[in-house]
Design a protein around this ligand. Structure first.
Ligand SMILES: CC(C)(COP(=O)(O)OP(=O)(O)OC[C@H]1O[C@@H](n2cnc3c(N)ncnc32)[C@H](O)[C@@H]1OP(=O)(O)O)[C@@H](O)C(=O)NCCC(=O)NCCS
Length: 148
């Protein structure tokens, strides 16, 4: 089940984030801010009352483009369509808010995530050198237009 995140979810989300991204996990405070923000859509996937995935997009009204900031599914629950459902929820919200496109960055070495985004109509539009620190890994910038 996909639903809106609440403050009660943050401890589980932060734990998952630290496990999945040991080098550059978001600080807990970032999740605390986003769960309250009217400019962010913060969703979780729940299975048997446990958080098994989460995703966040941001859309600032003066901007034309929304951003996917974070998306993750715990390893035990991958390959079941949860990542796609989380991403769909962000895309739908962004376009409902009035965004004309939605963008994201993804590591060049993250083929699975790239495949998820491509399957949802995102296209590579640019590369950002050494975007991910401290590893110094390049990012692909991917974008989906409202009409695609
Ligand atoms: C990327 C991630 C969120 C995908 O979540 P998921 O729930 O496993 O994805 P889904 O089951 O919804 O699959 C959706 C699409 O992703 C792609 N995909 C998923 N698993 C894949 C795999 N093992 N190999 C290749 N493509 C894969 C496919 O295109 C799939 O579409 P399809 O089922 O129609 O073939 C998950 O692997 C994850 O959390 N990874 C670690 C964190 C991460 O890398 N986040 C992205 C940071 S930019």
């Amino acid at each position: 089940m996909i639903r809106i995140a609440t403050t009660a979810d943050i401890t589980s989300i932060h734990e998952i984030e630290q496990n999945l991204f040991p080098e550059d996990a978001w600080p807990r405070e970032k999740f605390d801010v986003d769960v309250r923000s009217t400019f962010a859509r913060f969703v979780v996937a729940e299975d048997k009352a446990h958080v098994v995935g989460y995703a966040i997009a941001q859309y600032l009204p003066n901007n034309d483009v929304a951003d996917v900031q974070n998306i993750a599914v715990v390893a035990s629950h991958r390959g079941r369509g949860i990542g796609a459902d989380l991403l769909d929820a962000l895309v739908e919200w962004s376009f409902d808010q009035g965004a004309s496109a939605i963008m994201l960055e993804v590591r060049v070495d993250n083929a699975v995530a790239q495949s998820l985004y491509a399957s949802r109509g995102f296209e590579v539009i640019a590369t950002r050198a050494k975007y991910y620190q401290p590893a110094g890994v390049d990012a692909l910038v991917m974008r989906k237009e409202v009409s695609t």
